[in-house]
Design a protein around this ligand. Structure first.
Ligand code: GLY
Length: 366
């Protein structure tokens, strides 16, 4: 078993990674549960994993009710949050108790936020079931729901007490979802780890084909990177954690245009967004064009969109830039962009004019 510690003082916790871990969940969680119940909140699509988890908790003598919620972004809403918190109160959840989130980023974000506000904060456990949530959203304590004005605009930092990652659950994940999660894996190489990007170029195809060693290695490497960055900048104040948003400004505009629907999955938007961030960096002389070409070539090899045209979003550049103007990172009329001097050399740039971005996107659409 690989254990990675997220060092956050009194909020520190372990991320445990091992194939088949779901079957051991009850034994691992028994001490945390004490003699109390641990409700499970699960995505409707994870029924087989729910059965395994439930059997494991029963075996360890942990009482648990199950709450199954619809999959999809619409679940991150006030309505579902209200239903969930009402149900958790009915179940008698107390401050010292823990609720288990079993699912992808939607369930993790919702349960994290529900437990952040329930009785002013109770515990939760993340058991992520998608590659994207295993390597990114389950670690680091960003929780929340969507607002009418945009995604993730209501939320709180609330760290889980433990994260259990079983790479075997990915066997049942649709290939498109695995590819989308892989974009977030590669992102760690692009940010500050050129050697890991080399590894992805050499081993990405194996990982995407389901090779267990490649998969476990990449998950552990990504989680270690995330734990390090979150440990340095838990509340995204020093700029370090903001690096994790590489590809998100361009990607978010594409997702917004797609209506945050299955037309373009989050990971696909991040791949296209990283491609655009590197292409923009190269176009404006910040980065060698050959480095940007390596990034887009890797996305194509992985079956991911490498930029604007491949994303399938045909919106005019002006409309994409309009989405950027509503970005929650906008500060004093300027939008900070994650750009790169090369692979593994991402940095936060506050000098980018949106007119320049619009001209670039107009060119990219040709
Ligand atoms: N997903 C970006 C972060 O956790 O900061």
């Amino acid at each position: 078993m690989t254990t990675i510690r997220v060092e956050l003082g009194e909020r520190s916790y372990d991320v445990r990674i091992e194939a088949g871990l779901l079957r051991q969940a009850g034994d691992i969680l028994a001490a945390l549960a004490g003699r109390r119940a641990m409700p499970i909140v699960a995505d409707e699509h994870v029924a087989p994993h729910l059965a395994t988890l439930s059997a494991s908790l029963t075996g360890a003598g942990i009482p648990h009710e199950t709450i199954v919620l619809p999959s999809g972004e619409a679940t991150k809403s006030w309505t579902v949050l209200e239903r969930l918190t009402d149900r958790l109160l009915e179940l008698g959840v107390e401050r010292g108790d823990h609720v288990i989130a079993l699912g992808g980023g939607v369930i993790g974000d919702l349960v994290g936020f529900a437990t952040a506000i329930l009785k002013r904060g109770c515990g939760f456990v993340q058991i992520p079931t998608t590659l994207l949530s295993q390597v990114d959203s389950s670690v680091g304590g960003k929780t929340g729901i969507n607002a009418r004005a945009g995604k993730n605009l209501i939320g709180a930092f609330h760290q889980p007490r433990i994260v259990l990652i079983d790479p075997d659950v990915l066997d049942t994940l649709p290939a498109r979802q695995v590819r989308a999660g892989y974009a977030e894996v590669v992102k760690y190489g692009l940010i500050d780890d050129a050697a890991f990007f080399d590894w992805c170029e050499a081993n990405g195809a194996r990982l995407l084909a389901g090779d267990p060693d490649a998969r476990s290695y990449a998950i552990a490497h990504a989680v270690a990177a995330k734990a390090r960055i979150v440990g340095q900048d838990e509340f995204e104040t020093s700029g370090q954690r903001a690096l994790l948003n590489l590809g998100h400004t361009f990607g978010h505009a594409l997702e917004a245009e797609a209506g945050f629907s299955d037309r373009l999955l989050h990971g696909e938007a991040i791949a296209a967004g990283c491609g655009l961030a590197f292409a923009f960096s190269a176009d404006t002389g910040r980065c060698d064009a050959a480095e940007a070409a390596r990034v887009t070539a890797h996305w194509r090899d992985a079956g991911l969109p490498d930029g604007l045209r491949a994303s399938g979003i045909a919106a005019p550049a002006a409309r994409l830039v309009e989405h950027m103007r509503h970005d929650k990172k906008m500060a004093a009329g300027t939008l900070p962009f994650l750009l790169a001097h090369g692979i593994g050399r991402t940095y936060l740039d506050r000098t980018v004019a949106l007119d320049e971005v619009e001209a670039f996107l107009t060119e990219q659409a040709r």
